[in-house]
Design a protein around this ligand. Structure first.
Ligand SMILES: [Zn+2]
Length: 247
């Protein structure tokens, strides 16, 4: 059996000199690995296709044990990402997080579209926000249903836009206003109104709009701590030596 589809190249590895394995992500299949036999030599079948960040139209042969890439046609190579270290670093961070989250098949299309838009934005923007990878993590976590809505205090129901600050109970994923009692145990992250608004803005907007956000250093710091604690606790991921590792 064969199928053709566009997919994003997340990772490429070589083996036996001229052969490659490729980790791909497509909107219909999610993440999968396929082999490109002779892929490192064949200019005709895989011209410029087998590189990370490439969006490629692949023809794939399905087998009982593994998929084989028959040929590819490059759709978009996001070339500018590789040319500038700052952009490349942010793109790698987003990609590694994306891979580590292990998006299920039902969330694949939304995740795929988000990643494509993020790469396009990182490629096109004059000066991407240094918070871009954090926004990306928040958006993936929200889209995939990991992140709880923080529109109101869990204790009394007060809308978060009406309270000056709140705490986020990391383990239970709940927002609590200053008037409501906190549980005795747990990790709490303080969030001012600006940080709560920032999270809500990131959740409702796409990567192309994130450049317009200009949070104060205080709000950016709270947002960063929130994401860090949340991702570590709920997804079991922490950033070490240039990649996300499972705790
Ligand atoms: Zn409350």
């Amino acid at each position: 059996m064969e199928f053709s589809e566009k997919a994003l190249v997340l990772r490429v590895g070589r083996f036996r000199e001229i052969d490659a394995w490729v980790r791909l992500f497509s909107p219909s299949r999610g993440m999968y690995t396929a082999f490109a036999f002779g892929g490192c030599r064949s200019r005709r079948r895989f011209c410029g296709c087998l590189d990370v960040f490439n969006h490629v139209h692949f023809k794939v042969k399905t087998g009982r044990a593994y998929h084989t890439l028959l040929e590819g046609r490059l759709v978009n190579g996001h070339g500018r990402l590789r040319a500038e270290p700052g952009r490349l670093g942010m793109a790698v961070n987003c990609l590694k997080f994306f891979e580590a989250v292990e998006v299920g098949p039902h969330g694949a299309r939304a995740a795929h579209d988000l990643l494509l838009e993020a790469l396009a934005t990182l490629t096109a923007e004059t000066a991407p926000s240094r918070l871009f990878p954090l926004y990306f993590r928040a958006k993936v976590a929200c889209d995939q249903g990991f992140f709880p809505p923080l529109a109101a205090c869990h204790g009394c129901g007060a809308p978060s836009e009406d309270i000056p600050w709140a705490v986020f109970h990391v383990e239970e994923g709940r927002l609590l206003c200053p008037a409501c009692p906190r549980p005795v145990r747990g990790t709490f992250v303080r969030l001012g109104r600006d940080a709560m608004r920032l999270l809500s803005d990131v959740r409702s907007a796409g990567p192309a709009d994130w450049g317009g956000f200009e949070p104060s250093p205080g709000a950016a710091g709270e947002f960063s701590r929130l994401l860090d604690r949340f991702v570590t606790y709920h997804l079991g991921l922490s950033w070490e030596h240039g990649t996300f590792v499972k705790n």
